[in-house]
Design a protein around this ligand. Structure first.
Ligand SMILES: Cc1cc2nc3c(=O)[nH]c(=O)nc-3n(C[C@H](O)[C@H](O)[C@H](O)COP(=O)(O)OP(=O)(O)OC[C@H]3O[C@@H](n4cnc5c(N)ncnc54)[C@H](O)[C@@H]3O)c2cc1C
Length: 407
């Protein structure tokens, strides 16, 4: 890693895109499209355009009224609470479907807080036989020979986005048809998403695989054709692996799992760095709190954000550009690239305030700086037992009535 370097993000958007490309020369992929510009201004525009009524009717269709809010929620441009309240007040019960999807995000995050690094290994034994083949170049390069899957992958590589239903189909195809290692693909997938989120992503892959659900997720051609409006099937000449009844697919894809123990994926700790006696205090802004409205930014200390390769070295170019857009709106935040530890030492910082996160890597990096982890308000102020955090339905049984009480 080179020495830490302070960045001066240009105000002009095009210049900023070029600047990020130059500074992060190793980052791959196309530039960030204008419609995905980062920051709270764009986030609010998208929030005000939400049509929760249409969403409830057609969210599973690939061209349905989905919100595209995920990158903004992931990076804290909007808080989940304010988004939930906005939808509830504007749409009432008609917004229920969207409110429930927003709650899924909270559920995965609460599971991450509770389980920690366990979410990166199999949470439960798989309910059907899984295999762990390496992720192939054919998948990574959108060259599977299936127009639907290649179309989904191309969209991911070109824009950093994939519709939720396409994510489910794609994950199911990779894990259950190609028998590829879910964890390797989840890591690759997260690196290409603008909304890449370790909890929503890795736990969703486990939900599809059946290591955090009671059965595997799979689909047939009829389902894909219906929700894509026939877009891929109409001209497809491939031998379709999905063209069968659920019963036939079930027999073809699965036999009950013989593995009693869930697969574990070891996680390396970062090398421990010593504490020190510096006196300065700072607010460490991280990638989940990218809004000038974040309450921590009102503290009377310097605010510092670091593009640390340990945390974001695997991100695609457009994700880095998205984050740069967000930071550009946060006038009083100093932006650096390099080793967080080195930046804080260089600035004589001995103590930091920051927003709490389940991200263990960030916690390890910040441990030598007496971090004060400030909790963001929770979506619902309810205590959730381990049992509730095993399945969304049990979580919702407790949280739903609290959140929906005044609708
Ligand atoms: C295999 C797989 C991987 C995924 N990886 C991620 C990820 O890395 N980051 C991420 O934010 N989401 C992930 N999701 C969840 C979901 O697909 C996306 O949040 C959603 O598609 C984002 O698009 P949108 O904002 O237009 O969603 P909309 O359908 O408009 O939903 C509105 C919001 O509700 C939340 N939401 C909706 N569905 C889900 C869900 N199933 N789980 C959690 N939150 C949800 C999101 O915050 C989303 O922005 C993944 C799902 C699957 C099946």
């Amino acid at each position: 890693m080179g020495p830490a370097q302070k960045l001066n993000l240009p105000s002009d958007r095009l210049e900023r895109l070029h600047y990020v490309k130059r500074m992060f020369a190793q980052a791959k992929g196309p530039d960030l499209a204008e419609e995905w510009s980062g920051g709270r201004t764009s986030a609010l525009r998208k929030l005000h355009a939400v049509d929760a009524v249409q969403y409830g009717r057609n969210r599973n269709f690939i061209n349905g009224a989905v919100t595209h809010l995920s990158p903004y929620l992931r990076h804290g441009c909007l808080s989940l609470n304010e988004t939930f309240t906005f939808v509830k007040q504007k749409f009432g019960l008609q917004g229920e479907s969207l409110l429930m999807e927003l709650a899924w995000r909270d559920f995965w995050r609460q599971v991450w807080f509770y389980e920690g690094n366990a979410i990166f290994s199999e949470m439960e034994p798989p309910k059907v036989n899984l295999d762990y083949q390496p992720l192939s170049d054919a998948v990574k390069q959108a060259n599977t020979g299936l127009p639907c899957m290649d179309g989904f992958i191309k969209e991911l590589l070109d824009t950093g986005y994939m519709h939720n239903h396409a994510r489910m189909w794609f994950a199911s195809y990779v894990v259950h048809h190609l028998k590829i290692d879910w964890r390797e693909t989840a890591d690759w997938f997260e690196a290409h998403l603008l909304d890449g989120d370790l909890a929503s992503n890795h736990l969703s892959w486990q939900w599809v695989a059946s290591t955090f659900s009671s059965k595997p997720y799979y689909f047939n051609k009829e389902n894909l054709e219906r929700y894509t409006g026939g877009k891929y099937c109409a001209t497809c000449t491939a031998q379709c692996p999905f063209d069968a009844s659920y019963e036939v697919l079930n027999g073809r894809l699965f036999s009950p799992s013989l593995t009693a123990s869930p697969k574990q994926y070891p996680i390396k700790s970062l090398p421990m760095k010593g504490a020190h006696t510096f006196k300065a205090v700072a607010v460490l802004v991280h990638d989940e709190m990218l809004s000038a409205q974040n309450p921590l930014l009102s503290k009377p200390y310097p605010k510092i954000f670091v593009f640390d390769p340990v945390l974001c070295g695997h991100w695609s170019l457009n994700r880095l550009q998205f984050v740069a857009d967000c930071l550009h709106e946060m006038m009083n935040v100093e932006v650096w690239m390099g080793d967080t530890h080195a930046v804080l030492l260089q600035k004589g910082v001995g103590q930091i305030f920051t927003q709490d996160t389940p991200n263990f890597k960030l916690k390890e990096i910040l441990a030598p700086f007496s971090p004060s982890w400030e909790h963001a308000p929770r979506l619902a102020n309810v205590r959730l037992s381990e049992r509730r955090l095993k399945r969304f339905s049990r979580y919702w049984e407790k949280v739903g009535p609290v959140l929906m009480a005044d609708v």
